[in-house]
Design a protein around this ligand. Structure first.
Ligand SMILES: [Zn+2]
Length: 282
């Protein structure tokens, strides 16, 4: 999933701030939203804060351009916010205190914490029911969409409505299942259903392309490996019904690192998924 970009301009004297702004966005964090930058008055000027209303951690790249003011930090800043709340990240101090001052801010964000380190010894369960077998239709570094932010993602081809089970325990933090459309149209990237689970090592697992109203979990819910997460589908940018699964951390507000993972199957006790190979859940 992609990052969201927003920008706005604020200027004025303390207590009479005029919003002149605009925002733009390109992406899938947009599907969820719930992230903004606010300021609040402090004795020496303004304190700038990230407001996150999502349960999940987010990471932002923020550039503040002050006008007749200076910030406490060099820009751009990479800011990781562990969860919901209002998180101060810098202060803006006017240079000439008898004149107006203001700032412009631009930020990109995506889900995930920067600090997470993946436990590469962990063996994942296949994300479907015991006894079922599905083929990896796109593996790590897959040429269709598995590069960059999705380098170590895996796609299992499966009919819509297939029960999806947690590959590893964690806490469900983001659930989107309101979308209905899917197909080979990049514009559909922004209308994809998915579930994000925060895992014990701080990484997130994503279960993507679920069917409309196909989520069987709620934000805040703890899941064990094997618990039902939802029903697969074909929403968003896809070339056919499948489950996209990836484990990741954030690098900055635009980039994330996905991690290779190994699965336990009837065919192999611990193997990285190979494109074109079918695996059976034990
Ligand atoms: Zn994929």
């Amino acid at each position: 999933m992609n990052a969201r970009t927003s920008a706005f301009l604020r200027s004025g004297i303390l207590g009479a701030i005029l919003v002149l702004g605009a925002s733009s966005s390109t992406s899938a964090a947009q599907i969820v939203g719930g992230v903004r930058i606010i300021d609040r008055s402090v004795e020496e000027g303004l304190e700038l804060c990230v407001v996150n209303t999502n349960l999940a951690a987010i990471t932002l790249t923020i550039t503040v351009k002050p006008d007749n003011a200076r910030t406490d930090h060099p820009m751009p800043m990479i800011v990781s916010v562990p969860g919901p709340g209002t998180h101060p990240f810098t202060r803006l101090r006017p240079i000439q205190t008898d004149s107006d001052f203001g700032y412009r801010v631009r930020y990109d964000w995506l889900f995930g914490a920067r600090e997470a380190t993946h436990d590469s010894a962990h063996i994942y369960q296949l994300p479907f029911a015991s006894g079922r077998q599905f083929e990896v239709v796109q593996g790590f570094h897959g040429s269709f969409t598995h590069g960059g932010n999705d380098d170590f993602a895996v796609d299992f081809g499966m009919p819509e409505g297939t029960p999806i089970h947690a590959a590893r325990e964690g806490v469900v933090e983001i659930v989107v299942d309101r979308f209905d459309k899917g197909g080979l149209d990049p514009n559909l990237r922004d209308s994809v259903n998915f579930v994000l689970v925060r895992q014990a090592d701080g990484t997130y697992a994503e279960y993507v392309h679920l069917r409309r109203k196909g989520a069987k979990v709620k934000p805040g819910q703890a899941v064990k490996a094997g618990d039902l997460i939802g029903l697969s589908g074909n929403t968003g940018y896809t070339r056919g019904p499948h489950l996209h699964f990836a484990v990741f951390r954030a690098i900055d507000g635009q980039r994330r690192e996905t991690f290779p993972m190994r699965f336990r199957s009837r065919e192999n006790p611990a193997a990285e998924p190979i494109e074109g190979t079918a695996y059976t859940a034990p």
